[in-house]
Design a protein around this ligand. Structure first.
Ligand SMILES: [Zn+2]
Length: 372
């Protein structure tokens, strides 16, 4: 082989390797190819829409380079898939899977993890619910809003109940399972809500501080020799704070992610930027993809914050997890800027909340910015 032939051959080999890498990236697990852009959209349940309507929606998403669907199929009430363990509202997931496949879109069913308003759980297992520092159950006295009926992640029966739902979803012909509400109720809620709820949370107040159920108290006492109810200022007690982060992390890393991986599916989660306030140490989770919900208005911040947070979020991750900036799309005037800021912060892509908010104008903006 002469020099010319050698160069030709090696160039072709490199090119072939690049092409196969890029082809692999569209079908491989999220962690395997890090650099390729991928965009997602959260989809709230809509059982009225016809198959043709869904097809029109998927076609529009495909055109603007949004390739991963996150349809909500369990939100603490009856399920939108043919569950064996939960009451079923409608088999929406079963309808969406083949339609998504027709458009070569990924599909990641979205489930709530901790809140549960199901009748049979409320009646049969009232002891599964979290208890605040005033010893009030989240079942009978939820914080902020009626649906804040959070289960306690420290209880084995609760872990099994949640894991069964994850297992059911991972068994479908889907690309992954998307976890939401993997956390405690907000001990301090984002400032953008203070006016709405007519509260000022200048410190941690006991009615929003969880969980002081018997399981948590006895587990912590065994570990640290003190009943958490006897701690003077729980907001300053590092061990008690860490104990609660660890309950959620244990559930995610040791129960839920293995059940998703077992089926060779992608694990992803929607998480909070102000993670300490919801006891959600997601930097420790062994996920494939994480979507911090960078809804800047909730935090009374501008779009520059999206960039700063995206950067800081990526830096804080301990595992091989790709970060996608979660963006609220209601406000058309800042959509372009928000997406740009996410990419300037080196997000691997964006995740939009939510499909139902996307108008013709949104699609026009997204097509210019995501197809680059
Ligand atoms: Zn508890």
């Amino acid at each position: 082989m002469n020099r010319r032939e050698f160069i030709d051959k090696s160039t072709k080999t490199t090119l072939a390797a690049m092409l196969s890498l890029s082809a692999f990236g569209t079908v491989g697990r999220a962690g395997e190819v890090k650099k390729q852009q991928k965009n997602w959209v959260w989809i709230t349940p809509d059982i009225e829409a016809s198959d043709d309507e869904w097809k029109r929606r998927f076609e529009k998403l495909k055109r603007v380079n949004i390739s991963s669907l996150i349809p909500e199929v369990y939100n603490g009430g009856p399920a939108y898939y043919g569950s064996q363990q939960l009451p079923v509202k409608a088999p929406l997931l079963e309808r969406l899977i083949p339609l998504a496949r027709d458009f070569d879109l990924e599909i990641h069913p979205w489930m709530w993890v901790m809140p549960c308003g199901l009748d049979f759980v409320r009646k049969k297992h009232p002891e599964w619910y979290m208890v605040n520092r005033l010893r009030e159950s989240a079942l009978t006295k939820p914080a902020y809003v009626d649906y804040y009926k959070f289960l306690c992640p420290a209880k084995e029966e609760v872990q099994e109940f949640i894991r069964n739902t994850v297992k059911e979803l991972a068994a479908y012909d889907v690309d992954g399972v998307h976890l939401d509400y993997v956390r405690y109720p907000d001990v301090i809620i984002a400032m953008g809500f203070w006016e709405k709820y007519n509260i000022v949370q200048d410190k941690e107040y006991p009615q929003y501080d969880y969980c002081y159920c018997d399981t948590c108290r006895s587990k912590f006492k065994t570990q640290q020799g003190i009943d958490p109810l006897e701690i003077n200022d729980p907001s300053m007690n590092g061990a008690w704070i860490q104990f609660r982060y660890d309950q959620v992390t244990h559930l995610v890393n040791n129960k839920l992610i293995p059940s998703i991986r077992e089926k060779n599916k992608i694990s992803s989660a929607a998480v909070f930027p102000n993670w300490k306030n919801v006891r959600q140490q997601w930097q420790e989770w062994q996920l494939d993809a994480v979507m911090p919900m960078l809804y800047n208005k909730f935090y009374l911040a501008n779009t520059e914050w999206i960039k700063q947070y995206t950067k800081a979020g990526i830096k804080s991750i301990k595992h091989n997890t790709s970060l996608y900036s979660g963006l609220m799309v209601n406000d058309i005037t800042v959509l372009k800027e928000s997406v740009e800021k996410a990419f300037e912060g080196h997000a691997r892509g964006i995740s939009l909340f939510a499909l139902k908010s996307l108008t013709k104008q949104h699609y026009e903006i997204l097509s210019t910015i995501l197809n680059k």
